[in-house]
Design a protein around this ligand. Structure first.
Ligand SMILES: NC(=O)c1ccc[n+]([C@@H]2O[C@H](COP(=O)([O-])OP(=O)(O)OC[C@H]3O[C@@H](n4cnc5c(N)ncnc54)[C@H](O)[C@@H]3O)[C@@H](O)[C@H]2O)c1
Length: 341
């Protein structure tokens, strides 16, 4: 077995740099940077100069076909996640892909099938479940019957690529999939039905819902509310806010999930100071996700936040948006491909 996985980075923007920097600093010693590709070659050149590796190119195909690359980091705009992930799988590369896995349910299935056929490992950048306080809360309330998850971002600029329908798919799908995955993780079950209302009040781009309030029913009977928008951050709750209610205990997470209040237990609050040294250095969960991916890829086993979890997060957001647009509840069949054709 190889001692390190040589990594090719496709899409060399802000998010990619966060991982590349950790890899270059050997915070995840199983990974080593090799090649960089970006349609804006200057972005690839910059990461190469800053963090080292063998080459930078404007042609992602060079990275995808490079026999010296074992794993790719796909951190491009959302419209290219599917073609790059499918091509990477066909070339036998392990894949760390940013969220959302893809913009449609059908594209998620295309990735899942390519990955299954190739037998490669995938991790999706749904990092919230790797945040140390989130993991503690899941242990503390293992069977919640009621959950809420909210993401209220600062306003995304109207000219951002993330708002362009064919490129970013809008903020609700692009960022809301974090909350969707978090709720699935904390509920401990697959979603079965959703209902939502929404509006285009913030950006007023006709037909694109930018504000959404949804409900989710899970297979184990738990129910959740998901709230998403970018009207500006609420200083009281922070951007991320989540509550889990068990019958005799519960928890409320806030301050980017760096702080929590608990009830029904001896310790009423949890914060960064309560974490161990390793967790304190990684409160956002990025390094834990990166290391988990490296270990799983090395052992050729599935990741905890793999292609199915990525598909479910996209499915939930697509169905919530569809429900809001049509004014109808929508069924969510977690593993029924034929329905989506
Ligand atoms: N997990 C998280 O918390 C988190 C946070 C921010 C962004 N993201 C995700 O990371 C991804 C990238 O976002 P970002 O903020 O880094 O954006 P960005 O614009 O800073 O970077 C994207 C890069 O991809 C390049 N690119 C675009 N299309 C390409 C193509 N077809 N081929 C090759 N390169 C291409 C762009 O030139 C740019 O350098 C998105 O999926 C986004 O949703 C995740």
């Amino acid at each position: 077995m190889a001692e390190v996985l040589r990594v090719g980075c496709i899409g060399c923007g802000q998010r990619a740099e966060l991982y590349v920097e950790k890899i270059a600093r050997q915070e995840s010693p199983l990974l080593r940077m090799h090649g960089y590709a970006d349609v804006r070659q200057a972005n690839a050149e910059r990461l190469l100069a800053e963090y080292g590796g063998r080459y930078a190119t404007a042609d992602p195909e060079q990275v995808l076909a490079d026999p010296d690359i074992d794993a790719v980091l796909i951190s491009t705009w959302h419209d290219t996640h599917t073609p790059y992930a499918v091509a990477a799988a066909r070339h036998g590369k392990h894949i760390l892909i940013e969220k959302p896995l893809a913009l449609t349910i059908d594209e998620c299935w295309q990735i899942e099938e390519a990955v299954r056929r190739a037998g490669v490992t995938v991790a999706v950048g749904l990092k919230m479940r790797f945040m140390p306080l989130v993991r503690r809360i899941r242990q503390w309330v293992p069977e919640p019957f009621l959950l809420t998850g909210q993401m209220m971002n600062d306003r995304v600029p109207d000219d951002s690529w993330s708002l362009q329908p064919g490129i970013g798919g809008g903020t609700v799908l692009g960022a809301g999939c974090h909350t969707a995955d978090l709720l699935c993780y904390l509920a401990g079950a697959d979603p079965v039905e959703v209902y939502a209302c929404g509006s285009d009040r913030i950006h007023q781009m006709a037909g694109q819902i930018d504000t959404l309030v949804g409900t989710i029913k899970f297979a184990n009977g738990a129910v959740a509310a998901l709230v998403h928008g970018d009207p500006g951050r609420n200083p009281y709750t922070s951007t991320f806010f989540c509550q889990v209610f068990g019958l005799n205990q519960g928890a409320c997470l806030y301050d980017r999930y760096h702080r929590a209040h608990l009830w029904g237990c001896a310790q009423p609050t949890l914060g960064i100071a309560d974490l161990d040294e390793f967790e304190r250095a990684d409160v956002e969960g990025d390094l834990a996700l990166l290391r988990h991916f490296a270990l799983c890829a090395m052992a050729r086993r599935p990741c905890e936040v793999g292609v199915r979890e990525g598909r479910l997060a996209t499915t939930l957001m697509v169905k919530l948006l569809e429900s809001a647009a049509r004014g109808l509840p929508m069924q969510v069949e977690a593993d029924w491909r034929s329905h989506y054709g």
